[in-house]
Design a binder for this molecule. Structure first.
Ligand SMILES: Cc1cc2nc3c(=O)[nH]c(=O)nc-3n(C[C@H](O)[C@H](O)[C@H](O)COP(=O)(O)O)c2cc1C
Length: 188
């Protein structure tokens, strides 16, 4: 696969084969992610790897419940657009993927969101190069239950940035419509 093919093959994958992803492969992908640039080369990203569909289902249920709780407190939130799926008990935000990797870190790092988003990009491309599919699932990051946080070994000051599911794709969707490039100016 050349670089241009890699860019086209990196799609949001939401349908996975039953096969598990070997931990050694996940480690290689995480190593590649750490080649991403970061502000002042701080490399603030920290990774939490979760495997097992039952565990992912529990995390999906927890995140959905917390998002709905947040929506009740703030009824004008944009979360309203997702209310129907969040209330659907059979909707798994992680699409029954075999593996989930949270990328995040300390909120004390000002560039945490940018740095982790770059690591997430590298993560997704490295996964595609290895025949895997990924999807960034923002709806899967509202984990507050102390027992679950303990199970994940997440420190108190951890901020979730990028929850990325990983697995062997059953289907790789075509590139969804893209608007043409909005180049405001080319000054020659
Ligand atoms: C920050 C971010 C959050 C996203 N959250 C979700 C999500 O919660 N659930 C989901 O199914 N897809 C989610 N996606 C995937 C996007 O829907 C997807 O990237 C977009 O439709 C474009 O498709 P493509 O990735 O195949 O180009 C998210 C993507 C990004 C970058």
């Amino acid at each position: 696969m050349n670089f241009s093919e890699l860019l086209r093959m990196r799609r949001a994958v939401r349908d996975f084969l039953d096969d598990d992803v070997p931990i050694s492969v996940i480690r290689e992908i995480i190593k590649d992610s750490c080649l991403a640039p970061s502000a002042a080369n701080m490399q603030p990203w920290q990774f939490v790897v979760v495997t097992g569909r039952d565990r992912l289902k529990r995390l999906s249920d927890e995140s959905k419940a917390n998002l709905l709780e947040d929506l009740e407190k703030n009824p004008n939130s944009l979360l309203r657009n997702y209310e129907a799926i969040l209330r659907n008990p059979s909707y798994n935000v992680f699409y029954n993927a075999p593996c989930l990797v949270y990328i995040g870190g300390s909120p004390m790092v000002r560039s945490l969101n940018l740095d982790c988003a770059l690591a997430a990009c590298y993560f997704m491309f490295s996964a595609v190069a290895r025949g895997l599919g990924t999807c960034w699932v923002a709806l899967g990051s509202k984990i507050r239950n102390p027992g679950l946080l303990k199970m994940l070994k997440i420190p108190d000051d951890y901020q979730f940035v990028a929850p990325i599911i990983l697995g062997y794709p059953r289907v790789i969707p075509p590139v969804p419509d893209r608007a043409g490039p909005r180049i405001l100016s080319i000054i020659e």
